[in-house]
Design a protein around this ligand. Sequence first.
Ligand SMILES: *Cc1c(COP(=O)(O)O)cnc(C)c1O
Length: 465
Amino acid sequence: MDVNKYYRNIPKVDIIMEDERIKELSDDTSRDLVLECIRKVTEDIRAFISDNPEKEEEINSLTKNLINNIILQVNRLSSYKMKKVINGTGTILHTNLGRAPISIDAAERAKSIATGYSNLEFDLESGIRGSRYSHFEKIVSKITGAEAAMAVNNNAAAVLLILSSLAKDKEVIVSRGELVEIGGSFRVPDVMKQSGAKLVEVGTTNKTRLNDYEERISSETAALLKVHTSNYRIVGFTESVSIEELSDLGRKYNLPVIEDIGSGVLMDLTRFGLTYEPTVQHSIRAGVDILCFSGDKLLGGPQAGIIVGKKQYIDKIKKHPLNRALRIDKFTAALLESIFHEYIDQEKASENIPVLKMMKMNNEDIRLRAEALAERLKEIKGLNISVEECFSQIGGGALPLEKMKSHAVCIKPETMSCAAFERQLRHLEVPIIGRVVNDTFLIDLRTVLEGEDQIIYDGIKSMFK
Ligand SMILES: *Cc1c(COP(=O)(O)O)cnc(C)c1O
């Protein structure tokens, strides 16, 4: 066998560059990238020939598909890696899928701020330097009743900054039942250590009483901390101290009381048929001094850690050098202003904030949508389609026990395994992420946003052409 013939059949680089499709690709992307891919693909073929000189058919096929493979390689390297995906998992705050989606209106406002200059830190009244928090501070105060407000990159950063500002080298008293770990290596004791505050644990895992805190107060104490057990529940023989009692204790000893409330709930969630989750307003009324919460959990906004409370403390936190490293950018400032604007009217908020809209969705409406999508998918040959009741979750480490009745389109492919089907769905132009249960692919319609039903149909249809 003349192996050299195989090598000779591989066109030279400059010949490949003359191919019309390659020329076009080079114009659309980058000549250097195309050249790099040509070298890579041709080298791979040479290596294959050298390792498998007897596989004539495969060698010929690789050579024949040379141009296609180069195009594929270039497209792979030049395409965007971060993509819009469809969330069919039924988990509203899916941390891996970016937690809370933002409304189109809010995104449009952020776009107009981001694509030009803005008064991010410029006071238009006085013409001098302003504060990036000023855009939302007054509204937050109006909604929550807090004297002052600010925000940093996320809630983990908020906890770190609060403790660094108010309790470095001093003691902070926390209940043993509240030494929370949130996913992604946020552990209350570790964050406290980073801040330089000394953790003083009181009570037991299931029971902590007011005098447990009081007995440990000394001249070394800088603050009392309460952490909401967002992502787990201690049930049965339990006792914990309410934020009212803890705030009273703080006042008695002139110590600031800090609360990490986790999800920033600004309205009573029982209106959506969910379990009551402590609201920011409640804690402020109870007299807490500093409170922090996430922007992209139940609040439904951008990733942020919002800090609200008494002005004397918030001023101190704003001035701490660490705040310079944790500060929010203009996108976040613009999005926070938009989201808080919605909350001025709770009715409007539950209509306009995607996360709240999904919680509010009626199971019967979801069923009708699932039926309509299922009817259309039934046109595609090779799929076994049904609609079944399922449960959606809040996710994002909030309301861990809550299950909301919902409906899913269930797809069982006839021509391939469910695992292969799931993989192909992930590789679509707009990937469809769902749940696999009993060898069936489920798409929970609660988390499928408006207009995405069509994208699901088009995507699946393109797989069965
Ligand atoms: C989620 C959560 C955090 C971390 O918030 P991020 O915004 O994700 O950084 C901290 N504390 C509690 C109680 C939480 O629930």
